[in-house]
Design a protein around this ligand. Structure first.
Ligand code: ZN
Length: 350
């Protein structure tokens, strides 16, 4: 009997084959570009090259706490795109001073230009393409319909913000609802009167203007400090969520650091689906007693560890075994990584 108590179970390395990624890490490739000022060719204010790797380090620290085996790797040099005099489309410098948060038409234009003219945009079709400009006050990215991320120079070292935008890239909405943003001073409009849906089962209802007590009162009819620890954790999962607006700027200054298990499931399915080109290796889910059609996604998991094992390719793949009992006698003859979600216990064997 093999009892596994932590979310990182073991890395199975057998048959002497060299694993492509020895410690069972799924790499997500990032390609960063910085847009030059069309007036004088200068860089966006606040940007330095070292900001980018600092942000990637910060993001990888977060990914480590999420326990899914993902890591970001910057695959290209930080390219300069655009040039002096490039005021007009499709020159990338056209987008130097534009705040993409407020100008959706320009966002669509930039994506169209980048896809049509990949060379001047240094487009990497096998990576997440992230552009630094001066006009953005934060970052922009949308869910899988959009292909690029734009981050303002003043945020170029803010790893949590890069991760927020990459969260959108992997199909995550804001916790307070997909189309809701900042807590506005006048607190009017539907994003301020009732929680919207993020389509994620384990995030409590949320409004951007809410603090911990408001989230707690709405879900549990009690103040945060009067809740048992399991419910406090649920409140913190939202209040400290990377995809929330409780951080600085337009929020309450919360030190956002979390994604929930269901958010990570959505991320994983998206990484295996529409964003497949950006990563190496994939995750297969296994859940004891799962029925229906089983393809190893988070919503249609396999019911046997053996099926996850059979689907996984030697080297880079992860079998994510949800909590439960799996009375299987298993032989592993190729390298793969077995994990359980955070806080779950899976028991394999007779
Ligand atoms: Zn956002």
């Amino acid at each position: 009997m093999n009892c596994m108590r932590t979310w990182l179970i073991l890395t199975v390395l057998m048959s002497g084959g060299a694993a492509a990624l020895a410690d069972g890490v799924i790499v997500i490739r990032l390609s960063y570009k910085v847009i030059l000022d069309p007036v004088d060719g200068s860089l966006p204010q606040g940007f330095t090259d070292s900001d980018i790797d600092q942000a990637i380090d910060e993001m990888n620290d977060f990914l480590e706490t999420f326990g899914r085996g993902y890591r970001f790797v910057r695959v290209d040099p930080i390219q300069r795109v655009g040039n002096v005099g490039g005021f007009d489309r499709p020159n990338p410098s056209h987008y130097f001073g534009i705040n993409m948060l407020e100008d959706h038409a320009q966002r669509a234009n930039m994506q169209a230009d980048a896809l049509q003219f990949p060379q001047p945009y240094q487009w990497n079709q096998n990576a997440v393409n992230i552009y630094i400009n001066e006009g953005n006050t934060g970052g922009t990215c949308a869910r899988p319909s959009e292909q690029l991320i734009v981050i303002g120079g003043s945020s170029s070292g803010a790893g949590w913000l890069h991760l927020h935008e990459i969260g959108h890239f992997f199909d995550l909405c804001h916790t307070q609802g997909c189309s809701c943003g900042c807590c506005e001073a006048d607190q009017t409009g539907e994003c301020h009167t009732g929680p919207g849906s993020d389509g994620i089962a384990d995030t409590l209802p949320d409004l951007a203007c809410w603090g911990r007590d408001e989230i707690a009162q709405n879900s549990f009819s009690n103040d945060y400090l009067d809740l048992p620890s399991t419910q406090r954790e649920q409140v913190d999962d939202v209040f400290l969520n990377i995809m929330s607006y409780h951080r600085s700027g337009c929020g309450q200054g919360a030190a956002v650091a979390r994604l929930t298990e269901k958010q990570l499931d959505r991320w994983t399915d998206t990484a295996n689906g529409p964003r497949v080109a950006t990563r190496d290796g994939r995750t297969y889910f296994v859940q004891a007693g799962a029925g229906g059609s089983q393809n190893g996604s988070s919503t249609s998991p396999f019911d046997l560890v053996a099926e996850g094992r059979n689907a996984a390719n030697g080297g880079g793949d992860i079998v994510m075994i949800r909590g439960g009992v799996y009375p299987e006698n298993l032989i592993f003859n190729s390298p793969m990584t077995l994990r359980t979600p955070r806080g779950s216990v899976a028991r394999i064997g007779q």
